[in-house]
Design a protein around this ligand. Structure first.
Ligand code: NAP
Ligand code: MG
Length: 444
C-alpha cells in the first residue's frame, strides 16, 4: 500500500476491520514518504524539493479551511463528536481536520503496518507469476528494501504534481509567479492586485483567501467557464490570459486588461506515478470517471494494481473508505474479481461511464455529475459490509452547500449542517470566517 493519507489509511482500516483470525492471513506493508499520517492534510512550509531533493508532496497552505462542512467528510465509523467529545461548528481550519484523521488512525491501531519516511521508488509486475516487486527507500537513512506482493494499492493522491501551463510574458514579468501547489501564506499578497489562472476550487479558494488577507483584488482568468454567484466586488472573472506585457499588464481573450503584481496558477494537477511502469500509469484529467480505471479503482490492464481516490471528488474521505472495503472484499474472494472480466469489457465499461460524464459536462449539469458520483459510490457500498449511511442523502447536503456558497462566497463558511452520523446540528460560528484570522473554532 503506497501512501498513508486518507485513502491509504482507508485500506489499512478495511483490513483491520476483519475478524482477528482472518486479518492474520494478510501481510500488509504500507509505505509513506512523510514522517506521519495525514497525507495532503499535513502542512509543510517547504516548497519545491525537500532536503533530500525529493519533490515536496504537500499542496496544503497555512490559512486553509475546508471548502465543505465537516458533515460532508465525516466518516461513518468515527464522528467529529467522538473525536473531540464536543459539538462544534461545520467548517473547519486544516489543523482540526488533521487532528481528527490522526485520531481515527490511532483508534484503528494501524500504526504497525506503516513504514514512515519511506518512499516507493519502483514497482515491477511479472505477468506470468502475477507478482509485484516493490523497491522502497528510507528517506532518512537512504537504505533500500525490496518486497514481493500479490496486490498493490496506489494511494498517493493526484493533487501533488502541478500542471504548469506557460503564458507569453511570464519570463519578463516582474512579479511572483507560482502554482497553487507552492502557495503557503495568503498574507504574501497583501495590497497586491493578483492574477489567478484556472477555473475551479483552488482558483476560487485562493482568490477568496488572499482577499481575506488584504489583497487589493483577485482577477480569475478561466479557460472554460466562469464560476457564477456570490463573489465580492474585488474578485472578478475574465476569459483566458493571452499574455503579460513588459509593463506587467495582463491581457485577456475578450480584449480587457489589468496591471497585476503577482500570478497564482491554479490549473490543477497531473496523475503522476514515477514509480510505476509506463503501461500501468493513468493518463487522465481530474475527472469523475477516471481514465484507465475499471470501477474507478482497478487498472484496466492489470486489476491487481488498484488506485484509490483518483477521481474528481464531491465526497472526499468517505469515498476512499468505501473503495477500500470493496477492494478488500475482492481480494477476499467475496466480490467479482475484475480479472474475470476481459480487458476489452473493462475498457468498454470505462468508456460508457465516461460518456455519461461527458454528456453531463456538455450540458453543464453539476447536479447530474454529483449524483453520478453518488450512484457510483452507492453501487460499491451496497456490495460491501461498510456502513450503509445514504450517500445520496449526503449528496443532497452537498447540493445545499453549493446553494449557500453561490449566494455568498465570503460567508458560506459560517453556515451549519446536521451530521448524518450523529443526527446532531453543528454550532453557530463564534467569529465569521472572514474575520477569523487565528483559526479558532466554536466548540461546546
Ligand atoms: P481542478 O479541480 O483540477 O481544476 C483545475 C482548473 O484549471 C480547471 O478549471 C481547468 O479548466 C483549469 N485549467 C487546467 N489547465 C489549464 C490551462 N492550461 N489554462 C487555463 N486553465 C486551465 O484543480 P484544483 O482547482 O486545484 O482543485 C484540486 C482539488 O483541491 C479539489 O478537489 C479541491 O476541492 C481541492 N481544494 C480544496 C481546498 C479547500 O479545501 N479549501 C482549496 C483548494 C483546492 P478547464 O475546466 O478548462 O479544464
Ligand atoms: Mg501523466
Amino acid at each position: 500500500m503506497i501512501g498513508a493519507g486518507p485513502s491509504g489509511c482507508g485500506v489499512l482500516m478495511a483490513f483491520k476491520n476483519l475478524p482477528e483470525e482472518e486479518f492474520k492471513n494478510y501481510k500488509i506493508d504500507a509505505f509513506e514518504c512523510q514522517a506521519e499520517f495525514g497525507g495532503m492534510w499535513n502542512y509543510t512550509w517547504k516548497t519545491g524539493v525537500d532536503a533530500k531533493g525529493n519533490a515536496v508532496h504537500g499542496s496544503m497552505y497555512q490559512g486553509l479551511w475546508t471548502n465543505v462542512p465537516k458533515e460532508i467528510i465525516e466518516l461513518p465509523g468515527y464522528s467529529f463528536e467522538e473525536h473531540y467529545g464536543k459539538q462544534m461548528q461545520s467548517y473547519l481550519p486544516r489543523h482540526v481536520v488533521t487532528d481528527y484523521l490522526q485520531g481515527r488512525y490511532a483508534k484503528a491501531d494501524i500504526n504497525s503496518m506503516v513504514k514512515f519516511s519511506t518512499r516507493v521508488m519502483d514497482v515491477q509486475y511479472d505477468e506470468s507469476s502475477e507478482i509485484f516487486t516493490v523497491t522502497a527507500k528510507n528517506v532518512l537513512t537512504d537504505e533500500s528494501s525490496v518486497g514481493e506482493y500479490d496486490y498493490v494499492f496506489v494511494c498517493t493522491s493526484h493533487f501533488t504534481q502541478p500542471k504548469l501551463p506557460e503564458f507569453e510574458g511570464f519570463d519578463t514579468f516582474e512579479g511572483r509567479v507560482l502554482h497553487s501547489h507552492d502557495f503557503r501564506n495568503a498574507s504574501d499578497f497583501k495590497n497586491q492586485d493578483v492574477l489567478v489562472i484556472g477555473g475551479n476550487l483552488s482558483a476560487e479558494d485562493i482568490a477568496s483567501q488572499i482577499v481575506k488577507y488584504g489583497a487589493k483584488s483577485a482577477t480569475i482568468s478561466y479557460r472554460s467557464a466562469a464560476m457564477e454567484g456570490g463573489f465580492p466586488e474585488n474578485i472578478t472573472w475574465v476569459p483566458l490570459l493571452q499574455k503579460i506585457d513588459k509593463e506587467n499588464v495582463a491581457h485577456f481573450k475578450d480584449g480587457s486588461s489589468k496591471k497585476v503584481d503577482a500570478v497564482i496558477i491554479c490549473t490543477g494537477y497531473e496523475h503522476h506515478f514515477p514509480f510505476l511502469p509506463e503501461q500501468y500509469t493513468i493518463e487522465s484529467g481530474n475527472r469523475y470517471i477516471t481514465n484507465n480505471l475499471y470501477k474507478g479503482i482497478f487498472h484496466e490492464k492489470c486489476p491487481k494494481l488498484m488506485f484509490l481516490g483518483m477521481m474528481n471528488l464531491f465526497l472526499a474521505f468517505v469515498i476512499f473508505e468505501i473503495q477500500a472495503h470493496y477492494c478488500r472484499d475482492v481480494i477476499r474472494g467475496k466480490l467479482e474479481d475484475p480479472k474475470t472480466v476481459s480487458v476489452e469489457d473493462r475498457m468498454k465499461d470505462i468508456a460508457s461511464q465516461k460518456k455519461l460524464e461527458d454528456d453531463l459536462r456538455k450540458a453543464g449539469d453539476v447536479k447530474g455529475l454529483a449524483y453520478l458520483q453518488a450512484d457510483y459510490i452507492t453501487d460499491l457500498q451496497k456490495q460491501s459490509d461498510y456502513s450503509q449511511l445514504s450517500m445520496h442523502e449526503r449528496m443532497d447536503m452537498f447540493m445545499r452547500v453549493i446553494e449557500i456558497k453561490t449566494a455568498n462566497r465570503m460567508t458560506f463558511r459560517d453556515s451549519k449542517f446536521v451530521s448524518q452520523v450523529t443526527g446532531k446540528e453543528a454550532l453557530d460560528v463564534k467569529k465569521p470566517w472572514l474575520e477569523n484570522f487565528d483559526a479558532t473554532v466554536n466548540m461546546a
